[in-house]
Design a protein around this ligand. Structure first.
Ligand code: SF4
Ligand code: SF4
Length: 418
């Protein structure tokens, strides 16, 4: 695609990056076929090719309007279009640049601005989010059914192992996961403990930065990244092999630290190292599959975990967009779980987003609910006994619309080893 970027941006790092991305796009439109919002709305401007065109216009000097912002806001950032694109267009990065630019030109209405500020003030802060969630949970019995579904019952966690091993890895605790699903990281710690790896927590690490990054606050996102790097660095210097992440949305963000902090002389090298060390939990488990298979052969099946027991259950796996399109790990967890003996049901259109997409379910509820309804129907079609996934956002969102238990797949593996 030919480009003529405007003077105000063409010689900046963002301008050069956007220009290189735009030049790769040949406008073929293949990406529209897998775009969830294009499928729902049928409008070119609600598909990747149309959004690329809108961003190009703004980069070339046309002033953005509220309509430009609306079409960019409706994008889920699911990046299914990247997986489909034959030219390797990095749509996600272009969208980040485009949204940041549009944000400087279009003032949001008071209510929309306040909603975004409130989300940024609560979600990335573990203590604030936990306090609010606990308040909602204590009043849950008073809520009408529609609202009750959105406030999950308080989840319990099994114990974190106390044994230590020579091999250590760090885990990102994250912002909302400890309150919503405290057993996920504990399950990861127990599984890794059984194969001789200690999973360490760095209490000062916080949100990965994705919430701010996707809510018009890239500077704030960079501050979260720097804070996490500072919290992890002493552990890295002491030999932690990897930074393990059990929420693929956060993993996608941490994978970008090196790129996003490349301009920061004080953090560039450390950020690049952190991104190299980042591993989705499935990558760690896949590397240990032979050890796990030996262990599994010796473990008696735990009748208490029958809902996740591979002998008696069929599980429907929902691959989060961040896992398959962000981390480019399409099919990897399915292969891993099948290798470990789990029975997975077939799920149609597994490349499509469930509608969670960070704060999308709050900011775009109508589109989000339509995607959720389609996703639940696809997941239920194989008559599973439970649903498993790999990202806390998807897990919580799916749980609002199904009577089946929804959990992270690592908990299913942990239950099998119990
Ligand atoms: S982003 Fe890729 S698939 Fe979409 S129009 Fe451009 S080149 Fe084609
Ligand atoms: S990121 Fe997802 S919703 Fe956005 S344009 Fe690409 S496929 Fe469509």
């Amino acid at each position: 695609m030919q480009t003529h970027l405007a003077d105000f941006i063409k010689d900046t790092s963002a301008g050069r990056e956007a220009d290189a991305i735009l030049r790769k796009c040949v406008h073929c439109g293949f990406c529209s076929a897998t775009c969830p919002t294009y499928q729902l709305l049928g409008d070119e401007l609600d598909g990747p090719r149309g959004r690329i065109y809108l961003i190009k216009q703004v980069l070339e000097g046309k002033t953005a309007t509220a309509k430009t912002q609306l079409h960019l806001d409706r994008c889920l950032t699911c990046r299914a279009c990247e997986t489909t694109c034959p030219s390797g267009v990095q749509y996600g990065r272009l969208l980040d640049i485009g949204r940041e630019l549009v944000h400087t030109q279009v003032r949001r209405g008071a209510i929309a601005g306040l909603a975004r500020a409130a989300l940024r003030a609560v979600i990335p802060h573990r203590a604030r989010f936990t306090a609010l969630l606990r308040m909602g949970q204590s009043l849950r019995w008073l809520l009408p059914p529609a609202l009750k579904r959105k406030v999950p019952a308080r989840a319990q966690s099994s114990v974190w192992p106390s044994s230590t091993h020579a091999r250590t890895m760090l885990v990102l605790e994250g912002c909302v996961q400890p309150a919503l699903s405290p057993n996920t990281n504990a399950a990861a710690a127990r599984v890794l403990d059984r194969i001789g790896i200690t999973l360490l927590r760095a209490p000062a690490a916080d949100c990965c930065g994705a919430v701010s990054q996707h809510l018009d606050a890239p500077g704030e996102a960079l501050d979260y990244m720097r804070r996490n790097i500072d919290a992890w660095w002493p552990f890295i210097e002491q030999g932690a092999e990897a930074i393990v992440i059990t929420a693929s949305g956060c993993a996608t963000m941490v994978a970008e630290y090196g790129h996003l902090l490349a301009h920061d002389a004080a953090y560039a090298d450390k950020a690049a190292r952190v991104s190299t060390l980042m591993k989705d939990i499935s990558e760690v488990i896949a590397a240990e599959t032979p050890n796990l298979l030996k262990l599994l052969a010796h473990y008696a099946l735990n009748p208490r975990s029958s809902i996740l027991n591979p002998q008696s259950s069929k599980l429907a796996f929902h691959p989060p967009c961040s896992l398959q399109h962000g981390l480019k790990m399409q099919g990897s967890v399915e292969t891993l779980l099948t290798d470990l003996g789990f029975k997975l049901t077939p799920v149609a259109d597994s490349h499509l987003c469930c509608g969670s997409a960070g704060t999308y379910s709050i900011l775009q509820p109508e589109l989000s609910q339509r995607l959720l309804k389609n996703k639940i129907a696809a997941l239920h079609a194989g008559e599973p006994t439970a649903i498993i996934t790999a990202n806390i956002g998807c897990q919580s969102h799916l749980q609002t619309a199904t009577g089946l238990h929804v959990t992270h797949w690592i908990e299913a593996l942990d239950a099998r080893l119990a």
